[in-house]
Design a protein around this ligand. Structure first.
Ligand code: NOJ
Length: 548
């Protein structure tokens, strides 16, 4: 399909079925040769994203930050970190993206800021009991004990003591103090941030830890805390999912609606809500709250037909009746890459069986892109990149690694700068003649995944994604409201379903060949051997005879 034949995404509810490509700016493409990705690098690669066939991009935080958590520790929510460019580079990027009919989503981090944020500096200087401290959670401890037993998600206590003896709360790294969302200044400041980016033309906002923000009044101990020095406490009922947070999403939704109506272009809110309870998760995407939340259970599901079947049904049930759609995810900047997960590998533990991982990741991509809803891809997923599992300790930057004394290896292995050109320094991540070193080292085998090499190989992962995305745009059942999912009977180990009248997908999750349960014209296969039989760990898309 040519680049111009893709239908424009101007329709109001584009987000319901859009495929959004997540750009980890630091590791996507470097335009100035300093070994760190930047916004001009992203801009230069927009044609690549357009020809990949995605509908838009989500940019991880690019704001001024001391980078203790690579941009999730924000100093100024309305500017660009000098390593990544300037506001002018952002404006050029969004203009070019829109010219190519690509949506742009930016990341907002409302739960916490950076210890270098002006408000936090003022709070430290102003001392105990000051109005400046009231914008954060400062409290007195008991002797040398912190104010309560809450744990940081990255390991250790969630409290840090300051020189005057008080403590401040940080749900994540020490350098990320939590805002006090019961303070009116905080709410007002973030509404301004929202308007700032909407005025600059963004199509949506991805909201970091959208089930965080408010903390229970009085900050009581978590009575049933079951965690040690290294594990976090994602289920602390006093730290997460407080009822008041829904008021924030209602007021943010009202703001985005204002912009959508004024400009005829729907602006969306996509929440990162780390709740396992799907009933609770569903509450975040009620019609007057967030448009969508990522459905992480899909990413976490084991590779077997039962788990995938259950998780898909749960995803669809979660949004049923909400007017929302599921945002399916297989990869992101916080999780080991899917090829490695399916291979049984892990950071620090080795790559696993990569041939197996690759076969499953190809089939999983086809499964995800055949499901009703939208999908979020993470950069490098289309290159079939495995996790870099053997980064040496001295290059690791994740606060999780440092806070747990190395017990949790952290997330650097999925953030290694992308390989674009096999035969070039830094595999084309930086321009030729640049510093030659990238902020995280790339292994030699990244050459095998370079985009230029994969483009010349019709069987590559990149071609699979390009073909799947092109078909997705061409087959109305995949992106219109008419394409309801209907499960088909299939033998154990196999998933099969139709979308609308004319399309079917079958996935063989088992380790033996099976008879393809679907008759029709083969549109796409994750394994070249697929046909009447489905090889182990493979998927096919089929066009059904009329009215089948
Ligand atoms: C979730 C983000 O995805 C992750 O990368 C970050 O470390 C935490 N929130 C804290 O902001």
């Amino acid at each position: 399909m040519s680049e111009t034949s893709r239908p424009p995404l101007s329709h109001a509810d584009w987000w319901r079925t859009a495929v959004i490509y997540q750009v980890y700016v630091r590791s996507f493409a470097d335009s100035n040769g300093d070994g760190v990705g930047d916004l001009d690098g992203v801009r230069a690669r927009l044609p690549y994203l357009r020809s990949l066939g995605v509908d838009g991009l989500w940019l991880n935080p690019f704001y001024p930050s001391p980078q203790h958590d690579h941009g999730y520790d924000v100093v100024d929510y309305r500017d660009v970190h000098p390593d990544y460019g300037t506001l002018a580079s952002f404006d050029r990027l969004i203009q070019d993206a829109h010219r190519l009919d690509l949506k742009v989503i930016v990341d907002v981090v409302p739960n916490h800021c950076s210890i270098e944020h002006p408000w936090f500096r003022e709070a430290l200087a102003a001392g105990p009991g000051s109005p400046e401290r009231a914008r954060f959670h400062f409290a007195d401890g008991e002797g040398d004990e912190p104010p309560n037993n809450w744990r940081s998600i990255f390991g250790g206590s969630a409290w840090q003591r300051v020189p005057d003896g008080q403590w401040y709360l940080h749900t994540f790294a020490t350098e990320q103090p939590d805002f006090n969302w019961r303070h009116p200044d905080v709410e007002a400041a973030f509404e301004d941030v929202l308007r700032f980016w909407l005025d600059r033309g963004v199509d949506g906002l991805r909201i970091d830890v959208a089930h965080g923000l408010h903390k229970a009044e009085g900050l009581p101990d978590h009575e049933h805390a079951d965690c040690d020095e290294v594990t976090g406490d994602p289920v602390n009922p006093h730290a997460w999912n407080q009822p008041e947070v829904h008021d924030v999403w209602r007021s943010w939704r009202a703001i985005t609606e204002e912009y959508s109506q004024a400009t005829g272009r729907e602006r969306v809110l996509v929440g990162e809500v780390g709740l396992l309870d799907t009933e609770q998760l569903a509450r975040y995407q009620r019609p007057d709250e967030l448009h969508q939340t990522f459905f992480f259970e899909f990413l976490r599901a084991e590779w077997d037909d039962r788990s995938l079947y259950d998780v898909i049904d749960r995803g669809l049930e979660t949004i049923a009746g909400s007017g929302s759609s599921v945002a399916w995810v297989l990869n992101n900047h916080d999780m080991p890459r899917s090829v490695t997960r399916y291979a049984g590998g892990a950071p620090g533990a080795g790559p696993g069986d990569l041939e197996l991982g690759r076969a499953r990741a190809r089939a999983a991509a086809m499964l995800m892109l055949a499901l009703p809803g939208s999908a979020y891809l993470y950069q490098g997923e289309e290159l079939g990149l495995p996790e870099v599992t053997d980064l040496p300790d001295h290059v690791l930057t994740d606060p999780m690694f440092h806070r747990t004394g190395g017990v949790r290896r952290g997330r650097d292995g999925c953030r290694v700068p992308l390989p674009w050109r096999a035969e070039h320094d830094s595999f084309g991540f930086s321009p030729d003649g640049g510093s030659g070193t990238t902020w995280l080292p790339q292994p030699e085998w990244f050459a095998e995944h370079a985009a230029d090499l994969l483009l010349g190989d019709g069987d590559s992962m990149l071609h699979l994604y390009r073909e799947a995305l092109a078909l997705r745009h061409r087959i109305p059942a995949l992106t219109s409201g008419t394409g309801e999912l209907r499960w088909l009977p299939a033998e154990p180990g196999v998933l099969a379903f139709t979308r609308g009248d004319g399309f079917a997908c079958a996935v063989n999750c088992s380790s033996r060949p099976v008879v393809n349960p679907i008759d029709g014209t083969l549109l796409l296969a994750s394994d070249p051997e697929a046909g009447e039989k489905l090889p182990p760990n493979s998927a096919v898309w089929t066009l059904l005879p009329d009215g089948a």
